[in-house]
Design a protein around this ligand. Structure first.
Ligand code: FES
Length: 577
């Protein structure tokens, strides 16, 4: 049984701690085992600190400290903080891909919130998937909620230059494969790239999602860019702890902030920062949970023609530390005055515009002006055509301009194993004008939609000094990656999408300005191939993977599970005694 809103006490934690009976004894008495005084149960806001700390998630390994700062803030504001762990998804270690578990972690978050005596929530998020999983789960509960990101690492330093997370791994690895860098140099860089707490310090998925949290209005200003080890990150955490207590008193629930206007602002900001393609999938999923009607085409419609203002890797050269010192996200939002919805509400009770309208810009080389952008027309482009009837995604700011309109011969890999076997084969019939096609790496196919879309280039192409080719897949790519890479082809190959029917030697036409992607093969021939096609075998017959594959939606819907879309609110479940 779930109590209706009418039956609920004014503060949901009082349904546990406010009871003057046997059950109230149980709820309070066990909590007192660590010395909590009785007056903490007097009806003050109980704040859950949802922590993704894990030693298996290096990007979030400082979250115990961060949680302590949030707690101090909650105490200072007269609240009662209770920290709890949820499933943490580390991008670098977790196999086969952290994305396979994003929806599972979101279920953990949702049920942990709803089943416990919590009035407001602080979300501690950092590594790529920890941000969307927490926002998705919390959205399905819709309590007052504030986000605190862990912050980026300090810039990597190597032989007098800088190294960016991910982006320089891809670059150096291609240099090794082309014979331009020794293995010794490569492994020396390993200790130079990641030298402090924090998440990837390029504008990869973690930095993009931290920026999305701020652009959506779900965090205090400055959340996106303060380095993890800068003392001001702790100040932000403490201020967020103070603020959530007032948000509970004001009943400032998530759905008052996560409106259609907030998502539209986030999409525009994503263009201006040269953000990750992964934001497309995650924002669609979060919107689906909170009940905002957001579509794949909104990304093109809202981002079309918008410039990239931020010169950061992977689209540019600087790193998140430089971005913070230049003014961070508020300085970018200030530049977007003419295109954003200035009335969108944020967690501090002010509008997004009020928060950013006076933001200083300390370095015009890092954050450019709207009318003097780093790159023009940088919004994520959504492609349609007979190869992707339900859409595909490309990030023009990370692509080679000359390849945005390109027709080439397909070189096809049936799956990622096939790609790894074949790519380095000197006899592979491939040149720089070909289009590399990778199948069966989508939500169902991999399973989990791996970041395999930025396929390495064949060595014989690299040796010519070529650094980019058109690549097409149903996979995602790391937000730190770059290139002329068409991603998220929907429907995916494993679901019987046309991508499954592509063969070596087919011609493919990509036209990003026209937003089209066509397989130049006759309908009759495609029908013949479809009749001969059979789906790949199910990857697993039990457990989470089976539930996931049976219920995951396609990329154009945010790859959430069909039965998780929407929210159940934070009604109070019946007790267990
Ligand atoms: Fe965690 Fe990049 S690996 S943010």
């Amino acid at each position: 049984m779930v109590l209706s809103n009418k039956e609920r006490p004014t503060r949901r934690s009082q349904a546990w701690f406010g009871r003057q009976d046997r059950d109230g004894f149980i709820y309070r008495s066990w909590m007192k085992n660590r010395g909590i005084p009785h007056d903490q149960f007097d009806g003050r806001p109980v704040i859950g600190i949802c922590n993704t700390y894990s030693e298996l998630t290096p990007c979030n390994s400082h979250f115990r400290t961060l949680a302590e700062q949030v707690k101090i803030g909650v105490w200072e504001a007269g609240g009662f903080p209770l920290e709890f762990p949820v499933m943490s998804l580390g991008e670098t270690l977790l196999r086969p891909t952290a994305m396979l578990f994003r929806n599972l972690a979101s279920m953990d978050v949702e049920e942990s919130i709803r089943g416990n005596p919590l009035d407001g929530i602080v979300l501690l998020m950092g590594c790529d998937k920890t941000t969307p999983s927490l926002l998705m789960g919390a959205s399905s509960c819709d309590l007052p909620t504030i986000g605190v990101s862990g912050g980026p690492m300090l810039s990597g330093k190597y032989r007098g230059g800088e190294l960016g997370s991910g982006t320089d791994v891809w670059k150096m690895s291609e240099d090794v494969r082309a014979g331009n860098m020794s293995q010794e140099e490569f492994f020396e860089a390993e200790s130079c790239m990641h030298r402090s707490h924090g998440h990837c310090m390029t504008m990869g998925t973690a930095s993009t999602m931290a920026s999305m949290v701020e652009a959506l209005g779900m965090s205090l200003p400055g959340n996106a860019a303060i380095p993890a080890v800068d003392a001001r990150r702790n100040v932000l955490a403490r201020a967020s702890g103070r603020r959530i207590v007032q948000m509970v008193k004001d009943d400032l629930i998530m759905s008052r902030i996560l409106t259609r206007a907030a998502f539209e602002n986030a999409i525009r900001v994503n263009a201006a920062i040269g953000g990750s393609t992964n934001a497309v999938i995650h924002l669609l999923a979060i919107a689906g949970r909170i009940g905002v009607d957001l579509t794949l085409d909104d990304w093109d419609k809202l981002g079309h023609g918008l410039p990239c203002l931020v010169d950061l890797q992977p689209s540019g050269k600087h790193l998140m530390e430089d971005f913070y010192y230049a003014g961070g996200l508020p300085a970018v939002i200030r530049e977007l005055e003419s295109v954003i919805d200035r009335s969108a509400l944020t967690v501090n009770g002010n509008t997004l515009w009020d928060n950013c309208k006076d933001a200083p810009n300390w370095n015009r080389e890092v954050i450019r002006a709207f009318d003097d952008p780093f790159k023009p027309d940088a919004g994520i482009a959504i492609l349609r055509g007979n190869l992707c009837p339900d859409g595909a995604v490309i990030k023009p700011s990370a692509a080679t301009p000359a390849l945005l309109k390109h027709t080439g011969r397909a070189v096809v890999f049936e799956n990622s194993d096939h790609m790894h076997q074949r790519l380095d084969d000197e006899n592979l019939d491939v040149d720089e004008n070909c289009i590399l096609v990778l199948k069966n790496c989508g939500p169902k196919g991999y399973p989990g939609m791996a970041e395999a879309g930025n396929m390495p280039l064949p060595p014989k192409v690299l040796r010519k000094g070529i650094t980019d080719m058109v690549r097409i897949s149903d996979a995602r790519m790391s937000g730190t990656a770059y290139g002329s890479v068409v991603l998220h082809v929907a429907p995916e190959a494993a679901a019987g999408g046309p991508l499954a029917l592509v063969q070596d030697g087919d011609m493919i036409e990509l036209d990003v300005p026209a937003r089209t992607l066509h397989l130049l093969v006759s309908d009759a021939e495609l029908e013949r191939r479809r009749a001969a096609w059979s789906p790949p075998p199910a990857p697993m017959h039990r457990g989470w993977v089976k539930l996931y594959v049976d219920h995951v939606q396609q990329a154009d819907k945010g790859a959430d599970l069909d039965f998780l879309v929407g929210k159940s609110g934070a009604g109070i479940p019946k007790d267990s005694h």
